[in-house]
Design a protein around this ligand. Structure first.
Ligand code: SF4
Length: 242
């Protein structure tokens, strides 16, 4: 009980006794002692405001699922604090785990080219994953690991307020929507998460393995640009051919 609420109760009691005509009251020694203790107690600190940094700090200390055991560094995600687009993959790989940065390595380089083809830089968007620690041997994160980590992404979305989320690959959209539908059927169709429009598309690592799906992925990204009221920049044919 706070000191002010104890004082309020005491004032009510004294007012009642005065109305009853009592001029003296007895206060037990232990009540007086607890009043003194409450008066000396410092007021409770207001809850700290959540920021991207406080979330990253919490992630760095997190042990909510078994993935904490094998990580070198946590990968909370990085980019603009007010992005139009949030890209979400499934989880860090070996290079991301080493650097603590999302989407580096070959798949990350392709994602960078996709972002640039849309007319953005990596710094103008935010790039994150459903799980913030690397699954051992780059295995797919388990549903319970994604469920344990999802609150961090939810908080990031609430702070970032992106206009659109682009999920990369089957696992990312499964982690968000708890769906078993395959990415081939989901991609290119708008869905919603936490009130934000979501466009599921292929993972860049999948596009590296199966380049023939790059056209579909580009169609999805163009749909995102239309939703943002933007025109895709002029096609750099040399860049598209890579
Ligand atoms: Fe915590 Fe997420 Fe890492 Fe699991 S993956 S330990 S929930 S930060």
């Amino acid at each position: 009980m706070s000191f002010s609420s104890i004082l309020r109760d005491l004032a009510d009691y004294l007012a009642y006794e005065a109305e009853e005509g009592d001029r003296e009251i007895e206060i037990a020694p232990d009540v007086l002692k607890s009043l003194g203790t409450a008066a000396r107690r410092p007021p409770a600190a207001p809850p700290a405001a959540r920021t991207l940094q406080t979330i990253a700090d919490e992630v760095a200390a997190c042990r909510k699922c078994p993935l904490h055991a094998g990580r070198t560094r946590t990968v909370p995600g990085q980019g603009s604090a007010h992005p139009e687009i949030l890209f979400v993959g499934e989880g860090p790989g070996a290079e991301e785990d080493r650097q603590g940065v999302a989407f580096v390595g070959r798949a990350g380089q392709l994602l960078t080219r996709m972002i640039e083809a849309m007319g953005f830089s990596r710094e103008q968007v935010f790039i994150a994953n459903v799980v913030k620690c690397r699954p051992p041997g780059n295995r797919t994160p388990l549903p319970e690991e994604m469920a344990a980590c999802l609150p961090y992404l939810r908080e990031q979305i609430a702070l970032l307020k992106p206009n659109v989320i682009v999920t990369l690959g089957a696992t990312a959209i499964k982690g968000l929507l708890h769906t078993d539908t395959g990415i081939t059927r989901l991609r290119g169709k708008w869905v919603s998460f936490e009130g934000v429009d979501v466009m599921p598309t292929f993972h860049p690592a999948y596009l590296l393995r199966y380049p023939k799906f790059k056209k579909e992925a580009w169609d999805d990204l163009q749909a995102v640009l239309r939703r943002l009221g933007r025109e895709p920049p002029p096609v750099d044919r040399k860049r598209r051919a890579r």
